[in-house]
Write a protein that binds this ligand. Structure first.
Ligand code: NDP
Ligand code: 2IT
Length: 444
């Protein structure tokens, strides 16, 4: 059996009932075959892949909190400190009822390669809880965040592990967590990113994932003689990533006609009204069903369905495995040109293969959504030098990072004979950097 197949089999055996983790490892290791096969003997002797797929450390802890009626609830908190070969662990905190070790490990594993691709010195990690923020009062959110941090603070720090936002964790939650960390440690340091602008946050971090997604999409299209101008774009999700990718897509001349949340989706043939979307999601924290109150011409549908709308470009920005094989078939039948992942692993393996086999430009999440964590790393830099950069300065750096990232993965794909396959390119380029750092640091 080849070394890659051996390690894949081990991962499945040693991590039962974690399908998302298996899926992420399978995609990456399959892409790495050309690089592994070229050095198989040495990598096998050094157990490089076993060290890559096993987190350096994983922590699970109890998170008790009191609701507004005095009832105590107990959730699980997780942090997976996956790989620190190129820098402190870095990655978001997801608050969603579906969170378990398998989800956090898939996200942490992806994060290793994504963070390497940014070109910045950050290792891979991820955390979260099965706490459901929906419908909770502000005080309940604060109670949860404080309890969560009262345990997590022991394991993180500006030079060891720097969490940030993800699904269910935005500026409000980061603020409560930062306050508790500071109180417990007595240190004001850049231990979290995505902080508010009045206490160490970076300009552009809120917009960064969505903006970055459009910057890299734009660069890819440009290299294929295309542009975003007048393109019809469908987006899933209505959270942080979706909102700011809609904003940037519109600024670049595209027309975005859909967005969605976990209850339903909106089709607005005149183009999504961003002001309405921000009011619904950022101010009212409400469901998308009320979008029609703002835009009577729009359609609202329960359930899922954004991929049924004819488009040039599809941007999945909600969650994992939300774009399935049938969706890919429908997108191809409707003539889609590009699919670029704002979310982490939103496209299933078979849907990805179908899109690629049908000539669709496909940018995987670990490349396409890297603008968020890249700007987090810029926030860390600003915190370290105790300075604050202008919006234009951070935005220009983000654009540069996403443009370089595209060429880096494009070149890696070409180098190994997979021209145009950005999945293989991203995995190989990320792996090369992390593997070199791991090999240089010995068996640790
Ligand atoms: P938010 O919590 O701000 O928004 C998530 C959106 O996706 C919401 O509209 C939510 O709907 C929807 N959603 C979440 N889970 C499901 C589900 N199981 N089924 C259907 N819809 C769902 O999160 P973000 O925008 O920050 O994150 C979106 C994706 O982008 C995630 O995959 C995340 O890991 C990834 N990402 C985020 C980055 C960041 O900087 N924030 C950086 C890179 C990647 P509802 O509100 O109804 O739950
Ligand atoms: O998936 C991701 O890259 C994030 N949620 C952002 C992580 C970060 O540290 O900014």
């Amino acid at each position: 059996m080849s070394y890659v197949d051996e390690v894949l089999a081990q991962v499945i055996k040693q991590n039962p009932n974690e399908p998302e983790f298996h899926q992420a490892v399978e995609e990456v290791l399959n892409s790495l075959r050309p690089a592994i096969e070229a050095n198989e003997e040495q990598y096998r002797r050094d157990a490089l892949l076993e060290r890559l797929v096993n987190p350096e450390r994983q922590i699970r802890f109890r998170v008790p909190w009191v609701d507004d009626n005095g009832q105590v609830h107990v959730n699980s908190g997780y942090r997976v400190q996956y790989n620190s070969a190129i820098g402190p662990y870095k990655g978001g905190i997801r608050l969603h009822p579906s969170v378990n070790f398998g989800i956090i490990k898939f996200l942490g594993f992806e994060q290793i390669f994504k963070n390497a691709l940014t070109g910045l010195p950050i290792g891979g990690g991820k955390g979260g809880s099965d706490f459901d923020p929906k419908g909770k009062s502000d005080r309940e959110i604060m109670a949860f965040c404080q309890s969560f941090m009262s345990e997590l603070f022991k394991y993180i720090g500006a030079d060891t592990d720097v969490p940030a936002g993800d699904i269910g964790t935005g500026a409000r939650e980061i603020g409560y967590m930062f306050g508790m960390y500071k109180k417990l440690r007595g240190v004001f340091e850049g231990v979290l990113t995505g902080k508010g602008l009045t206490y160490g946050g970076s300009l552009v971090r809120t917009e960064a994932t969505g903006y970055g997604l459009l910057y890299i999409t734009q660069e890819m299209l440009k290299c294929h003689g295309e542009s975003l101008k007048d393109k019809i774009v469908v987006v899933s999700g209505a959270g942080n990533v979706a909102t700011y990718d809609i904003e940037k897509a519109q600024q670049l001349g595209a027309k975005v006609v859909t967005c969605s949340d976990s209850t339903g989706w909106v089709y607005d043939p005149d183009g999504i009204d961003l002001k309405a979307l921000k009011d619904i999601k950022e101010v009212k924290r409400a469901r998308l069903s009320i979008y029609k109150d703002y835009r009577p011409n729009a359609e609202y549908h329960e359930g899922r369905g954004v991929w049924s709308i004819k488009c040039d470009i599809a941007l999945p920005c909600a969650t994992q495995n939300e774009l399935l094989l049938d969706d890919a078939k429908q997108l191809v039948a409707n003539g889609v040109m590009a699919v670029c992942e704002g979310a982490n692993m939103p496209t299933t393996l078979e849907a990805t293969e179908y899109l690629q086999a049908n000539g669709v430009y496909f940018l995987p999440g670990k490349a396409a959504n890297a603008g968020g964590v890249a700007t987090s790393a810029l926030e860390m830099s600003q915190n370290s030098e105790r300075l604050h950069w202008s919006f234009e300065e951070v935005d220009a750096k983000l654009q540069g990072i996403m443009t370089d990232l595209y060429h880096n993965i494009d070149n890696a794909a070409k180098k190994y004979g997979y021209e145009g396959n950005y999945v293989v390119g991203a995995n190989l380029a990320g792996f090369e950097k992390v593997a070199a750092a791991m090999q240089a640091q010995g068996i640790v």
